[in-house]
Design a protein around this ligand. Structure first.
Ligand code: CA
Length: 231
């Protein structure tokens, strides 16, 4: 039985029920439901869930406003938000990610993917630590030294490639927009475009060889480091 509390904010009752059922059959007993943004916000504040599933198209206060509110309040800021969207809401997805949501799931969703994505976010919460080393599936990053080793072998990465890789693997399962990646690598002191990010990723993948299957292109949105278990 999973002890994490999950809050679902979704206005459509059949989807809400399906989500509740799916979460409960996956072992989550602390599932809270809200049918609109206002109730969702107050439940988030009173229950302090470990994760929030947030529909973007809500009557009244829309999902992006809910997301913005959650991120602006001290108590709820750190709660990971996974957005639920229709395929046509891609630009909202990008805004949501830039507001601080960690991932999104397109409706209709597969139950298996839904649970895997939720687990990925809950797992890494206990997993992120202030250490100088990140190890992921044969890859080791030494942050202070700007050093990356793959199965023990030192990789020759540019500072931007290092920054991008570090960003992606720090939060498994989290989707980053190209803009967020640009902001991260800007420190390297030259103009960066979305296209330049794609080129950097291409070069990074080449250097990573087989391991590059872990770097996932999120079409039209950005990139994520995908753990095998989120498949
Ligand atoms: Ca809706």
């Amino acid at each position: 039985m999973a002890t994490e509390k999950i809050l679902v904010i979704e206005d459509e009752e059949p989807i809400r029920e399906l989500l509740k059922l799916t979460l409960e059959s996956a072992g989550y007993s602390g599932v809270y439901m809200a049918a609109n943004g206002e109730n969702g916000l107050s439940l988030a504040q009173s229950r302090l869930p470990d994760l929030i599933l947030l529909d973007l198209m809500l009557p009244g206060m829309d999902g992006l406003s809910v997301c913005r509110q959650l991120k602006s309040q001290e108590e709820t800021r750190a709660i990971p938000i996974i957005m639920l969207t229709a395929r046509s809401e891609e630009s909202d997805v990008i805004i949501g990610l830039e507001l601080g949501a960690v991932d999104y799931i397109t409706k209709p969703f597969s139950r298996k993917i839904l649970i895997a994505r939720i687990r990925a976010q809950l797992r890494q919460f206990s997993d992120v630590e202030e250490s100088n080393e990140i190890r992921r599936d044969g890859l080791m990053i030494r942050i202070d030294q700007h050093e990356v080793r793959l199965h023990g072998k030192l990789l020759d990465l540019t500072p931007s490639e290092f920054s991008i890789l570090h960003m992606l693997v720090s939060y498994p399962g989290r989707v980053y927009t190209r803009n967020q990646i640009i902001t991260r690598v800007k420190g390297d002191g030259y103009p960066v475009t979305e296209r330049a990010i794609d080129v950097q990723i291409l070069n990074l993948r080449r250097k990573l060889g087989d391991w590059a299957v872990n770097v996932d292109t999120v079409r039209g949105v950005g990139y994520r480091y995908k753990q095998e278990s989120t498949e």
